[in-house]
Write a protein that binds this ligand. Structure first.
Ligand SMILES: [Zn+2]
Length: 101
């Protein structure tokens, strides 16, 4: 798989995960108060997760734009190749480890 394909597959996964979380949060709260407290706690967790996923989607979208532009994996500051491990951890990295520091 190319990097773009890997990133697009991850995008699909993230969208599905967000759809699943949205489905859970629109469920009615349990009638019993004790259960309600649990539900609310879970709601908070889901929202945090969803925010996290949306952030990752933004990073991946930026990375895909860079792939299309042909600048992906190249440091925008010094022009060196960005370490593949670094790109894996942060797909939208635009600088090599030396320039990012
Ligand atoms: Zn650099």
């Amino acid at each position: 798989m190319t990097t773009a394909e890997t990133l697009k597959a991850r995008l699909v996964e993230l969208e599905a995960e967000i759809a699943r979380l949205d489905g859970e949060t629109t469920q009615q709260l349990s009638p019993k108060f004790a259960d309600q407290a649990n539900d609310l706690e879970e709601l908070g967790t889901n929202e945090a997760l969803e925010a996290h996923y949306k952030q990752e989607i933004e990073q991946i979208t930026r990375a895909l734009h860079r792939i299309e532009a042909g600048t992906y994996g190249t440091c925008e500051n010094c022009g060196a190749d960005i370490n593949p491990q670094r790109l894996k951890a942060q797909p939208d990295a635009t600088r090599c480890i030396n320039c990012a520091a």
